[in-house]
Design a binder for this molecule. Sequence first.
Ligand SMILES: CC(C)(COP(=O)(O)OP(=O)(O)OC[C@H]1O[C@@H](n2cnc3c(N)ncnc32)[C@H](O)[C@@H]1OP(=O)(O)O)[C@@H](O)C(=O)NCCC(=O)NCCS
Length: 180
Amino acid sequence: MAGEGAGGLLRHPPGPQAAAWRKMTADDLSDLCRLAGRIHPGLPEDAAVFEERLSLFPAGCFVLSAEGGLAGYAIAHPIRFPEPPKLNTLLGAIARDADAFYLHDVAVAPEHRGRRHAETVVARLIDAAADFPRICLVSVYGTAPFWRRFGFADASGNVAPHALSGYGPDARFMVRLTPD
Ligand SMILES: CC(C)(COP(=O)(O)OP(=O)(O)OC[C@H]1O[C@@H](n2cnc3c(N)ncnc32)[C@H](O)[C@@H]1OP(=O)(O)O)[C@@H](O)C(=O)NCCC(=O)NCCS
């Protein structure tokens, strides 16, 4: 436990402020873009992409709110399977015949990681996907082991080879069936 040592200094520096997930609003978008640029410098997306996802499917958009500002975000929406959207591309609309729930991104600021924030929001997104037979995503940065914890399996063989281009060399398409 942290406490005051000699000279009034904290023996253990305090960790980041508490943070909690809440629904995203349009007011979050500028902070979100800044955070996305910090977390994904090699996979940039335009502000218009985040704006569009929020306007098309707000029920799939969450932010991790901390005292110092945004500490993470999660974005998901329905798609037609197996057609992951290209990176940094507008959808135009949610397909009427969408048959999968797509996790566009789950991202937590480095200083807030390792506190189960991602786990919490992934559970929430899995609940939100209950009406769809499957959930899918593009794993980047070697995060496949993280996604396997939630029951996702590599299904990269199900997508056209060019579908993942732009997501980096280690991109994997992953799928989890929604239990009945
Ligand atoms: C992946 C990410 C969202 C995890 O966020 P987080 O809040 O730190 O995750 P949690 O605290 O809920 O992690 C739970 C567990 O997953 C593990 N984990 C986290 N990142 C992992 C990774 N890249 N590969 C394998 N395991 C990982 C943690 O070690 C932890 O395991 P433990 O129970 O053994 O301690 C975060 O590292 C991140 O934002 N990374 C950059 C963006 C990114 O890769 N997003 C996913 C895009 S597909």
